[in-house]
Design a protein around this ligand. Structure first.
Ligand code: NAD
Length: 371
């Protein structure tokens, strides 16, 4: 995809209206909220402290209320920085006592993958709404227990699929849905980066797997939201250099194909040894594509139809993807609606990930059965 500034399609007035229409909103069943709901952030690592915590001040319906960490120095440092009183700072040992803190309405689990299920379930049991990072857990069985726990508590469960709140990705979904590309035939979705050694992502007991569990899930989720239908068959192939000390017990590259009921095929890449961040939907009449597609910022989108390639430029949204995601759960908690990326969405991806691993292992296609 070329970056042709002269062909830039700058969406102005109507673009803003369109964007507002595509951004997810819960709507108020009764009246707007009287107070912002409070998030407890669980796990004060890179994503929580660099991307999430700084964004909470920009939320309309949510705020930072509490911190949970196993490292007292982090609780002290971030507690002071964000003005979180000592009464609202928790260790993993006394985590369950968040139950008694009425300032905590929502819990955001930003821990290594294999800890997602336990800390989400404990939050549900403490009577809190949960936002859990992707991948939802490390198995479909764990996802099912998480969904049941939230249901039993009568609380919401949402998964941190921030791209569902990112305007370019939403525009892509809308373009495909509106028939811009004609009948979708081929979706390509590639995500990967060069993994640094010595981190939990490369340690199966904490990560649950390699690139697929971390970055590959973006390829999978994008293919699904762009197709607008669920795959019926997957076929995968893995390539891992087991002599590379990074890949002692997790996979490096795993590529797979998915067949959709309409006949469209998706071809997906997941890698811990090469950089990719792109998707493209090619249909009978044209295509729409993005590169970079699913990062924190810098999204670029192109379309091609009738022999003309154009860059799509959208106006800055009132809320970026992080703020919109954080506000969405708060809104849903307040008005009783289901999050657009609920536990069921995380479970769908996890079932497919299990099928992808199985296909690569057994060397044959796996048909998806209805849940
Ligand atoms: P990180 O290593 O920076 O942070 C992990 C945190 O968990 C650290 O604070 C660490 O102290 C804590 N922790 C508790 N017990 C631990 C243990 N036994 N081993 C290792 N760490 C332990 O990782 P991160 O990049 O912040 O990722 C955290 C989660 O967020 C992951 O599930 C990841 O997939 C997700 N994530 C999502 C996005 C996104 O864009 N949605 C981006 C990055 C990470």
């Amino acid at each position: 995809m070329g970056n042709r500034q002269s062909r830039r399609e700058v969406l102005t007035g109507s673009g803003v209206a369109l964007l507002a229409a595509t951004l997810p909103a819960c709507g108020w069943a009764q009246e707007p909220p009287k107070r912002k709901l409070g998030y407890a952030i669980v796990g004060l690592g890179s994503y929580a402290t660099r991307q999430i915590m700084p964004r909470l001040k920009d939320c309309e319906f949510a705020k930072l209320a509490a911190l949970v960490s196993g490292t007292p120095e982090k609780l002290e440092r971030y507690g002071a920085e964000y003005g979180i009183p000592k009464t609202h700072r928790y260790s993993y040992a006394n985590y369950d006592s968040i139950r008694d803190n009425p300032d905590i309405d929502l819990v955001y689990v930003v821990l290594p993958n294999s800890m997602h299920a336990e800390y989400s379930i404990r939050a549900s049991q403490a009577g809190k709404h949960v936002l859990c990072e992707k991948p939802m857990a490390v198995s479909a069985a764990e996802c099912e227990v998480m969904i049941a726990a939230a249901k039993k508590a009568g609380k919401k469960l949402m998964i941190g699929y921030r791209c569902h709140f990112e305007p370019y990705n939403l525009r892509g979904i809308e373009l495909v849905k509106s028939g811009f590309v004609g009948r979708p035939r081929v979706i390509t979705s590639e995500h990967g980066f060069n993994a640094q050694p010595n981190q939990w992502r490369l340690d199966r007991p904490l990560s649950g797997g390699g690139s697929m569990m971390d970055i590959g899930i973006y390829s999978l989720n994008a293919a699904r939201y762009l197709a607008g239908e669920e795959p019926i068959e997957v076929s995968a192939m893995e390539s891992t250099d087991r002599k590379d000390p990074r890949f002692r017990n997790v996979e490096d590259q795993i590529d797979w194909q998915m067949r959709f009921p309409s006949g469209a095929l998706a071809s997906c890449v997941s890698s811990y040894s090469s950089n990719h961040n792109a998707w493209r939907v090619v249909g009978t009449d044209g295509w729409v594509g993005m590169e970079p597609a699913t990062g924190y910022d810098g999204h670029q989108m192109w379309t091609r139809k009738g022999g003309k390639t154009e860059q799509v430029t959208l106006p800055a949204p009132p809320k970026n993807q992080f703020v919109a995601q954080l506000d969405h759960l708060a809104e849903c908690a307040m008005n009783g609606r289901e999050p657009i990326v609920s536990g069921e969405e995380g479970l769908r991806d996890m079932r497919l990930i299990e099928a992808i691993y199985r296909s690569a292992r057994e060397g044959k296609a796996v048909r998806m059965t209805a849940a």
